[in-house]
Write a protein that binds this ligand. Structure first.
Ligand code: CFN
Ligand code: HCA
Length: 531
């Protein structure tokens, strides 16, 4: 067993071998449960695919809030490279609603600012923002140098709040903090919890109200989910944070139920809202036809209302009828193909369900920055040692003491269990994969190459950093972060878009037809050791 894994690991030096071994698991499903080490520092120089804490805070969680201005406090590069690259779509929900998502704001810190401090420049920048745009909410996101020179962004935020009567949040989300984007998610979540959620008083009008947590509207995914939920009769109070807004998120604590779509970047808020406001949460997955139907049924079970249950079934039937023919067509094209999926967090798991709808298996998968619970599921939960504003933020995972169900309303869960509803379906990647398949945490380019050689997937889902290197090797690759500028892929209609895009890629893989020059002629000329 673990033959393929050993073939990769055996090429490492003993120190790297020991480290990487704990992050690579070839599934055995033996007596001892499979484990994957996660959320630890990457080995320096190993070419990890991970991003940074600033990316997690600014780019992922707060960036998509359309009526709020996010100002990057730091040199211009970080602001430029996080400007509109994530494809979190947004448009005003009513006439006159601001949408700052297409903009990039930055203090453009220069050498002299680094020497003499940048707080004044930051305040002046915010004065300008207030003059030109007058937003209700401002997020200040620090990049690496700010932590090193010690600008107090929280103090600036406080002064801005006093001066303008707006909400201003200073985030110490310097890129180097924590071990990956994940620290930034957590810092962002804490700020929203402390300064935004609970500030509003507008109660939902509908009988069944929900928040969508961890849906960032990449390629319009959130819009497709909202369409389905509204059709059934749900009121979507707020979305965290795709096409989301300060105006709606401040009322989110008044909703009945939190739907946790991304299981990594925002589960902190679900936990905190349960503790502080008593809002229940369930993990859902609207990626995949079967997964979407199952998630909708779980929601109906939660509310336990006969009319809602009936409407849920009606909508599922209607939607399935609409896509059935297309799904069958793409299934005929894709059945039996295999895939690798390596992205940041939840998607490496969620998309396996959608691929399965088309008869495809995911033989290799991994996350950039997930925690053990994302791999192993129910008995592991993330716990946070330090406060968001602390300089030493550290995330750890611990064994859960009590049962998983204590996060939900006990009564409802017992009833669901008695009725045979699968409650843990979307909890942890490992149990949805098969024996012999490989799971790799914090994967790197070397391992990507090796795994492709050994498992020979027909298609490899990845990101911008690895996509082209993989294609040059002859294997077609689609970006799972940006959907290669396509989408939506969520829900029922999204599934058809995905089937179409994957079929197009697989059947026009020009890369497999060309021999790359380095396979024909040696590319590097010179003498070894200067002799
Ligand atoms: S949209 Fe989400 S689904 S939020 Fe997260 S863990 Fe990133 S930005 Mo890239 S595509 Fe990716 Fe997930 Fe949640 Fe996106 S798999 S890496 S931080 N992610
Ligand atoms: C990030 C954002 C990212 C990067 C995508 C990629 C995204 O991690 O900072 O590497 O292709 O989805 O935009 O994950």
């Amino acid at each position: 067993m673990a033959k393929e894994r050993d073939m990769v690991l055996d090429q490492y030096s003993s120190r790297v071998y020991k480290n990487r071994k704990s992050h690579m698991t070839q599934l055995e499903f033996a007596e001892k449960p499979d484990e994957v080490a996660a959320n630890t520092r990457a080995i320096p120089g190993i070419i990890t695919a991970r991003g940074c804490c600033y990316a997690g805070c600014k780019g992922v969680v707060v960036g998509p809030m359309k009526d709020s201005v996010v100002i990057t406090h730091g040199p211009i590069g970080c602001a430029f490279y996080s400007w509109s690259t994530r494809r979190n779509k947004a448009k005003p929900s009513y006439e006159g609603e601001p949408n700052f998502v297409p903009y990039s704001f930055c203090t453009d810190m220069r050498s002299s600012d680094i020497v003499f401090g940048g707080e004044k420049k930051l305040e002046e920048g915010i004065d300008e923002i207030m003059r030109l745009f007058n937003p209700k909410c401002i997020f200040i996101c620090s990049t690496c140098p700010i932590g090193l020179i010690g600008d107090d962004v929280q103090a600036v935020a406080k002064r801005v709040e006093e001066k303008y009567g707006v909400t201003a949040i200073g985030y110490s989300c310097e890129g180097y903090k924590g071990v990956s984007q994940s620290a930034g998610h957590h810092i962002a979540n804490n700020g929203l919890m402390r300064h935004v959620i609970g500030k509003g008083e507008e109660a939902p009008k509908g009988k069944f109200s929900v928040n969508l947590l961890g849906e960032y509207n990449i390629g319009g995914d959130g819009w497709e989910q909202e369409r389905i939920l509204k059709k059934i009769g749900y009121e979507v109070v707020s979305v965290f944070t795709g096409d989301g807004s300060y105006e709606t998120i401040k009322n989110s604590h008044l909703a009945d139920l939190n739907l946790v779509m991304c299981h990594r970047s925002i589960n902190y808020i679900a936990e905190m809202m349960k503790t502080k406001y008593g809002v229940d949460w369930i993990k859902v997955n609207f990626i995949g036809v079967g997964a979407t139907s199952k998630s909708l049924r779980m929601m109906a079970k939660y509310f336990n209302d006969p009319e809602l249950t009936m409407r849920t079934e009606e909508v599922i039937a209607e939607e399935l009828a609409e896509i059935n023919e297309d799904m069958e067509y793409y299934k005929s094209k894709l059945k039996g193909k295999t895939a690798g999926i390596f992205v940041g967090g939840s998607r490496s798991h969620h998309y396996q369900m959608l691929l399965r709808d088309f008869g495809m298996e995911t033989t290799i998968a991994g996350y950039e920055f997930a925690h053990r619970d994302d791999y192993e599921g129910r008995d592991i939960i993330p716990q946070i040692k330090a406060d968001a504003d602390s300089k030493n933020i550290e995330e750890i995972t611990v064994e859960r003491e009590s049962g998983y169900e204590d996060r939900y309303s006990e009564e409802v869960m017992n009833q669901m269990r008695a009725e045979g509803v699968e409650l843990d379906t979307y909890d942890g990647m490992l149990k949805d994969m098969k024996k012999g398949y490989m799971v790799v945490d914090d994967y790197n380019m070397f391992e990507t190459d090796q795994l492709i050689e050994e498992y020979k997937p027909d298609i490899f889902f990845s990101g911008i950093k690895d996509k082209y290197a993989i294609q040059h090797g002859g294997v077609v690759s689609r970006q799972m972060h940006s959907y290669d500028y396509s989408g939506p892929y969520a829900g029922f209609r999204g599934a058809v878009n995905f089937g179409r895009d994957v079929s197009m890629s697989l059947y026009t893989n020009a890369w497999a037809l060309v021999k790359p020059p380095w396979k024909v002629t040696p590319m590097i000329e010179g003498t070894l050791g200067g002799v």
